[in-house]
Write a protein that binds this ligand. Structure first.
Ligand code: GTP
Ligand code: MG
Length: 171
């Protein structure tokens, strides 16, 4: 059959936000793992949508590994940025990392789509995606297409909507 167009995606965000859990959910069931552990460095994963074949750089969000992110910016054609909506204390840290990303020379002048997941929406003290969006000042992103989805990566809710949006931006 026809080979799907391949797209490189960077999955970024603080440690414990749920990046690996989200990517795991998007993989075909025979490739999913049961126990997800904190990512060391990064891991390369694959998943497909109806029209595209995604290669994901699932980066570790731990402070000591965040300096690895920028080495992959050049080859990224899309970004998935994951936020733990219940981690109010570190929302400012997530914003700092996002601002650093947006101001990086390999990202700043490119019209690269960014999908945000306001993840862990199942937790009682989770902020709404609107509130997360306000705290991260997403309205200030004028030169890139972006979209935010509330998600629950444990149940897999909200993920398909996000990935459908991403596919529409690229196709
Ligand atoms: P690093 O690899 O360290 O950067 O973390 P990560 O962003 O990949 O997070 P990971 O997917 O390892 O998930 C961290 C923890 O959050 C795990 O215990 C997950 O089960 C949990 N988790 C992920 N998504 C959700 C969610 O939507 N709701 C809840 N309640 N827990 C979640
Ligand atoms: Mg991980």
């Amino acid at each position: 059959g026809l080979k799907k167009k391949e797209v490189h995606v960077l999955c970024l965000g603080l440690d414990n936000s749920g990046k690996t859990t989200i990517i795991n959910c998007l993989k075909p069931s025979n490739a999913q793992v049961q126990d997800i552990v904190p990512t060391i460095g990064f891991s390369i994963e694959n998943f497909k949508t109806s029209g595209l074949s995604f290669t994901v750089f699932d980066m570790s969000g731990q402070g000591r590994y965040r300096n690895l992110w920028e080495h992959y910016y050049k080859e990224g054609q899309a970004i998935i940025f994951v936020i733990d909506s219940s981690d109010k204390l570190r929302m400012v840290v997530a914003k700092e990392e996002l601002d650093t990303l947006l101001n990086h020379p390999d990202i700043k002048h490119r019209r690269i789509p960014i999908l945000f997941f306001a993840n862990k929406m199942d937790l009682r003290d989770a902020l709404s995606s609107v509130k997360v969006s306000q705290m991260l000042c997403l309205e200030n992103i004028k030169d890139k297409a972006w979209h935010i989805c509330a998600s629950d990566a444990i149940k897999g809710e909200g993920l398909q909507e996000g990935v459908d949006w991403l596919q529409d931006q690229i196709k």
